[in-house]
Design a protein around this ligand. Structure first.
Ligand code: NHR
Ligand code: GAR
Length: 198
């Protein structure tokens, strides 16, 4: 069985979309894969309750309780390693990971970023796309490397930027695409362990 561990920080709608796709598309039978655990760095993350209703193990590693990023990442890795993951999925996970953590999961650590990378790495992507006058925006699934939001691209989807868009309306349009793209990219990765679908 290939165990998937999903890391979240918030609402967990991408995580929920992945869990629903795994159930709907029978990843257990097709890929011998399962969502083994959902781990949050924030105790209040709404996604934890959603995971629990699907019978998925949950854990919290509160970053605020650790003196350094290295100490947090070591504690996080211990929890993740307990599930022997074939794939670690960042889904709205908001802490930059140290080279030690990234190296440990090299080649099996992926992220979804709400911009068309290499444009707008980092935070506040939607406002930055609007401010730059972009006519399209979108979402990127990529492998995580030590350079933030710069790993090899696995999949992308594009949405229009409309004249009256605010960061919130654009984020909603992008998020709807995220919910389609991330499960497809993971299924592609599980099918051929490369993940390139587009
Ligand atoms: N870690 C590495 N090494 N490489 C990547 O590509 C990563 C990563 C960790 C998270 C997600 C990323 C995104 O998709 C991600 C990619 C958080 C920040 C950030 O600045 C930036 C990018 C991403 C996630 N976080 C602040 C920090 O100090 C905290 C912000 C907060 O808590 O709200 O870690 O956009
Ligand atoms: C998503 O739009 C995701 O791409 C973005 O946060 C949202 C999380 O939503 N990720 C980042 O900005 C990472 N820095 P969710 O918790 O409902 O999946």
């Amino acid at each position: 069985m290939k165990n998937i561990v999903i890391l979240i920080s918030g609402g967990g709608s991408n995580m929920a979309a992945i869990v629903r796709a795994a159930e709907r598309d029978r990843w257990a039978e097709r890929f011998s894969a399962r969502i083994a655990a959902v781990v949050s760095n924030k105790p209040e993350a709404g996604g934890l309750a959603i995971a629990a209703t699907h019978g998925i193990a949950t854990a919290v590693v509160p970053h605020k309780e650790f003196p350094t990023r290295e100490a947090f990442d070591e504690a996080l890795a211990k929890v993740v390693d307990a599930h022997a993951p074939a794939l670690v999925v960042l889904a709205g996970f908001m802490r930059i990971l140290t080279p030690g953590f990234v190296g440990r999961y090299a080649g099996r650590l992926i992220n979804i970023h709400p911009s068309l990378l290499p444009a707008f790495p980092g935070l506040h992507t939607h406002q930055r796309a609007i401010d730059a006058g972009c006519k399209v925006a979108g979402v990127t699934v990529h492998q995580v490397t030590t350079e933030l939001d710069h790993g090899p691209i696995l999949a992308q989807a594009v949405v229009p930027v409309l004249p009256d868009d605010t960061a919130a309306t654009l984020a909603g349009r992008v998020l709807a695409q995220e919910h389609q793209l991330y499960p497809r990219a993971i299924a592609g990765w599980l099918a051929d362990t490369s993940g390139h679908i587009l």
